[in-house]
Ligand binder design. Sequence first.
Ligand code: 13P
Length: 255
Amino acid sequence: MKKLIAGNWKMNLNAQKASALALDILKGLDDELPLSKVCDFVVFPPCVHLPPINQVIKSSEMKMALGAQDCSQHETDGAHTGEISAAMLADYGCTYVIVGHSERRQGHGETDAIVKAKAAAAHNAGLTAVICIGETDQEREQGQERDIVSRQLLASLPESSNAVNTVIAYEPVWAIGTGKTAKAEDVAAMHALIREKLSGRSGSSQTPRILYGGSMKPENAAELLATPNVDGGLIGGASLKAEQFLAIGRAVRDS
Ligand code: 13P
């Protein structure tokens, strides 16, 4: 399966800069050996920018996919002020949605149960859910990282999950936006554990892709993306610069 290179733009960029970034990425996907032949690309702009970015992507032969950074756990239209349903996201051309990012688990009190409900809502709307899991530095210092990640994984996966409609993103919280990247051997160990849990759960060797996220950039991407069981990257800061985001794709192509 192709590696998935995913850009989480978080709460950044005005409308004009967001469209310009999407255009620059799309232009870059057509270089000497088209990067979209070797990797799948998806970007996750802030919600308000989804309609214009959807237009930009549509006018470029859909060389990358569109995703949202969150969705509501509620599936039926109604009195949920501020919420956006997965079905609304699908209407705007999204095929992916991130759920359970640590910035939402920590900053917005999202529990595994909420994340699971959001992932189920995503599946019911035909979206692929990118379910994020990862330990804090304190949990790692206390040697709890395997227990925490296993618990988050199994408690956040809805029954509807399969290898196609789900992607797991392992993002150690201490590596997000800090410049501290997990060591390749630690990433390998955690991804092997996640893979084992996923195949144990489904009883099949066909499991969701597992992305690594946390300070991934062009300089460390080749090593991280060549690590066993790493099926791609969920990239924050470096996805806001087209050249850096594309360079991460090139790291896959040229390895
Ligand atoms: P950084 O790449 O900025 O560390 O962010 C990672 C992340 O949180 C992606 O979801």
